[in-house]
Ligand binder design. Sequence first.
Ligand SMILES: Cc1cc2nc3c(=O)[nH]c(=O)nc-3n(C[C@H](O)[C@H](O)[C@H](O)COP(=O)(O)O)c2cc1C
Length: 160
Amino acid sequence: MSKGLIVYVTRTGHARELAQSLGQQLDYPVAEIKDLVSRTGFLGWLRSGSQAARKLATPISDPEADLTQASTVILVQPVWASGVVPPMRTWLENHRSELSHKKIALLNSHLGSPLERLKIAFENEFFPLTAFEGIKTHASETEKQQKITSFIEALQNQTD
Ligand SMILES: Cc1cc2nc3c(=O)[nH]c(=O)nc-3n(C[C@H](O)[C@H](O)[C@H](O)COP(=O)(O)O)c2cc1C
């Protein structure tokens, strides 16, 4: 079984950059969950926040990554309304049984709002998290790398 897989959702590219950086550093494959809802402009922004606050699961194009080959799955997402983004929720719901015995970690791209409640809410709704971190959109490259390094350390400290 290969070591892991990274799946991500992005609206404006920041979560993609984090996912790709993690993928390079861990040598894990990276797959994008494509969001099929229009999220452009002010209405798209409003729709996104509202759907996240209501804990909706919205239409996606599933990357259909081979989960049987991964013992660790890292989720990378932007934070919307302090919560799980709806396309990530759809993917998690679609793969809940396949994910249930794996190590799950969550890396968030955000503007800086506190993330403690997101971690608790995620673990209540889905799975215990082996690693959890938030990286600010406008952090320096050095700060981003420091957070990625501590995220990887948390993951590896918990890896069999
Ligand atoms: C609808 C919406 C709601 C957001 N809510 C939050 C929030 O609650 N807390 C926060 O820190 N950032 C929030 N953000 C900012 C994004 O999480 C942040 O810009 C992120 O880096 C975007 O990642 P992306 O480029 O991968 O889409 C929100 C952004 C959007 C579009």
